[in-house]
Design a protein around this ligand. Structure first.
Ligand code: PFF
Length: 468
């Protein structure tokens, strides 16, 4: 009955591999492609990677399993899932629904930037007037980002594409799209890596990423590194909000949750490292320094492509194309997370959950917020700024990624009964092999880590220097 209900109403993944593609697609996003390699290089290299992996296992794995189990057990999106546990926890659900809605505003803008850059590189390939045409990358970027009309148009294209996939449903839209897009992303990534690591001077980039730098851990440095790695892990795995709960609610009961909770972080981490190999060696080979934030992706990398001669535009097109794929498979999951909440509310009222209608309505609201973030032009257009940040993107990121996500994950670790997870994981005679490990980590390690991450995020956003 429960299964039938899910099928009739909100949808279900058709196969385990389809679900994994969608979940890995959600996890692999802008966070992996430039956040990870840069943070790894700047925070201890190989030492950071080791710490990151430990966090993935001790915290990411258990929270991911909890969220997937909560979703599948209740068959609901984030708000309904927490309400099923207790009405008094509804607020956790709403926090988990607001965060993706906020993230979508800047994610769509950055996704729009990727479309623009993929097209511009294509233009260069054909020697067209709409290419980068050898202009200085910083100037090209500045001109584009402060051109309100253009950035709004590209953001809207990205929102429309996201809405179209989500309107297609779980198996007919999300699963179908991600099952083609993720392998394509992988192939494109491999091609770019081969070029990047074979450039003369590429080894400096590999060294930047992997050279163990224990000095980053000295004094209270380890707390900073821990919180950077934790924040990254957790954004990268799409945890602490609506996403994995919604996707969990579409997993058929016979599939093993334990295996999925292992595969998703594993794939996400491998792709993050591969992203580093695609970018860092090329950046160093061109004699550039990796910078943080959008500049790394859109200025530094474009400079690299400009300097690669006639093959540059091909690699530029491949790179921005693959970042676009990574971004859209994540934005699809963000929109699905909140569409699921709207559909649940309709079902509660005895109405038919009209997926197409809700996805479109929410898409329109995001089109508005994405347009607003776009016209800010990363702070270049002189609008007032908030919370001591220099762009609207950063302010929204502060509230969503900096506060709501870690809080959501912390609550998730504390309030979801381990017995629920146990029952869900062992359905259909599946064994819960890591049960003791899970119980220990979810009770003791995850909540403590979430608090450290929360403090670390606030520290870095406000430059408080708490840990320095
Ligand atoms: N995991 C995505 C990334 O690494 O870019 C971003 C993201 C997607 C965060 C979905 C949160 C989320 F719910």
């Amino acid at each position: 009955m429960e299964k039938k209900q899910q099928e009739n109403h909100k949808g279900q993944f058709g196969s385990n591999i389809g679900f994994l593609m969608a979940a890995v697609g959600s996890a692999v996003g802008l966070g992996n492609l430039w956040g990870f390699p840069y943070k790894m290089g700047a925070n201890g290299g190989f030492a950071f990677l080791v710490l990151y992996l430990i966090l993935v296992v001790l915290v990411g794995y258990v929270i991911l399993m909890t969220e997937l189990a909560l979703g599948r057990r209740t068959g609901k999106g984030v708000v309904g899932a927490y309400e099923t546990l207790s009405k008094k926890y509804a607020f956790i659900g709403w926090m988990g629904a607001i965060a993706p809605w906020m993230i979508l505003s800047f994610y769509s803008m950055l996704g729009g930037y990727c479309i623009k850059y993929a097209i511009a590189n294509l233009g260069d390939l054909f020697g067209a007037g709409w290419g980068v045409n050898g202009q200085d990358s910083g100037a090209f970027f500045g001109e584009f980002t402060s051109d309100m009309l253009q950035t709004v148009i590209f953001s809207l294209i990205f929102v429309i594409l996201t809405v179209l996939v989500v309107r297609g449903g779980v198996s007919g839209g999300i699963e179908k799209f991600t099952s083609i897009a993720m392998p394509a992303l992988f192939v494109m990534l491999v091609i770019v890596i081969i070029r990047s690591v074979t450039l003369p001077g590429a080894s400096a980039g590999i060294e930047f990423m992997f050279k163990p730098d224990w000095s980053a851990f000295e004094g209270t440095g380890w707390i900073t590194v821990l919180s950077v790695a934790g924040g990254q892990m957790f954004f990268s795995l799409s945890l602490g909000m609506a996403i994995m709960i919604a996707y969990g609610s579409y997993i058929p009961k016979e599939q093993s949750l334990e295996r999925s909770a292992l595969v998703i972080p594993f794939a996400d981490t491998i792709i993050a490292i591969m992203a580093g190999l695609a970018t860092m060696p090329a950046i160093f080979a061109s004699g550039l320094e990796p910078g943080q934030g959008p500049g790394l992706l859109f200025i530094t990398l474009q400079t690299v492509f400009n300097s690669m001669g006639k093959f540059g535009p091909i690699f530029g097109f491949l790179m921005y194309g693959l970042v676009f794929i990574a971004a859209i498979t994540s934005s699809i999951s963000l929109l699905e997370g909140i569409t699921a909440v709207a559909m649940d509310k309709a079902i509660e009222k005895g109405k038919k959950p009209n997926r197409k209608k809700y996805a479109t309505m929410l898409g329109i609201s995001i089109a508005i917020t994405a347009s607003l973030v776009s016209i800010d032009g990363l702070g270049a257009n002189g609008f007032p700024q908030f919370f001591g940040q220099s762009t609207w993107l950063d302010s929204i990121d502060l509230i969503s990624e900096g506060i709501l996500m870690p809080l959501g994950a912390c609550y998730c670790a504390i309030v979801i009964p381990t017995a629920w997870v146990d029952e869900e994981v062992t359905l259909n005679g599946n064994k819960f092999r890591t049960k003791r490990f899970y119980d220990f980590c979810i009770k003791f390690v995850a909540p403590v880590m979430m608090v450290i991450i929360l403090l670390g995020q606030l520290d870095s956003f406000f430059g408080l220097g708490m840990f320095s």
